[in-house]
Design a protein around this ligand. Structure first.
Ligand code: PGA
Length: 255
């Protein structure tokens, strides 16, 4: 296991928060606080905030991401956004298959796969989310489910494209609940994801893929989580809406 082989990436997921003006203000507040980061720093923002966020982040080490992307290039898909639209707007990353999309908007392993392919084929970096519910964990399905979701999401993704893939292990029971997985649970879950990648692409390749943990990661628990061998960064919801908290997580990842 060699953490040096992969990038540590701290990504904020703002969800449905912040207007464009508020986005600009928050990014301007964050910029000096994360300027010395020794990890990649990403903010995934609502579609409407993207132009303001890209403008505000210009010249800094903050990269901008979107929170979803459609799998078709164009067409009659009211309300959807295509990968080349994101690319042209200056977006570099996109969150795909977040559990809120799976739970509230009918996202399936198949659509997660199609969206991932669309993002990767357009040259975007995909942050693909996987994770078990509490019920699935209690029934003992965590490993099976994480491996299945990971392999399904990566169907037809080439070895070369894998360089632009980040998998975020987000136990559904830990998202927005204040209940964080223990560092051991996070490390184990991330390990299952890496094992699935190893089964599909080989162990050497799996060692190079960034696997984040997400779910109530905050300024207080980031150090312990990020110290784990399989935890290569975090996908941060609530704590990414506060500049000081987000900066502390970036600092923990930079150690
Ligand atoms: P949380 O969200 O940090 O607020 O738990 C994480 C996520 O949903 O990506």
């Amino acid at each position: 296991m060699n953490k040096q082989l992969r990038k540590t990436v701290i990504a904020g997921n703002w969800k449905m928060n912040k207007t464009p003006e508020q986005a600009k203000a928050l990014i301007n507040e964050m910029k000096p606080l994360v300027a010395n980061a020794d990890c990649d720093v990403v903010l995934c923002v609502p579609f409407i905030d993207i132009p303001a966020a890209v403008e505000a982040a210009k010249g800094s080490n903050i990269k901008i991401g979107a929170e979803n992307v459609h799998f078709k290039a164009s067409g009659a898909y009211t309300g959807e956004i295509a990968a080349d639209m994101l690319k042209e707007a200056g977006v570099e990353y996109v969150v795909i298959g977040h559990s809120e999309r799976r739970t509230y908007f009918g996202e399936t392993d198949q659509t997660v796969n199609l969206r991932s392919l669309a993002a990767l084929n357009a040259g975007l970096k995909a942050i693909i989310c996987v994770g078990e519910t509490l019920e699935q964990r209690e029934l003992g399905y965590t490993e099976t489910l994480l491996k299945y979701q990971t392999k399904m999401a990566l169907t037809n993704v080439t070895k070369e494209q894998l360089a632009n893939v980040i998998i975020a292990y987000e136990p559904v029971w830990a998202i927005g609940t204040g209940v964080t997985a223990t560092a051991e649970q996070a490390d184990e879950g991330n390990g299952f994801v890496r094992a699935a990648i190893a089964e599909a692409y080989g162990a050497d390749v799996a060692e190079t893929v960034t696997v984040q943990y997400g779910g109530s990661m905050n300024a207080g628990n980031a150090d312990e989580l990020l110290a784990k061998a399989n935890v290569d960064g975090g996908l941060i919801g609530g704590a990414s809406l506060k500049a000081a908290d987000f900066a502390k997580i970036v600092e923990a990842a930079s150690k």
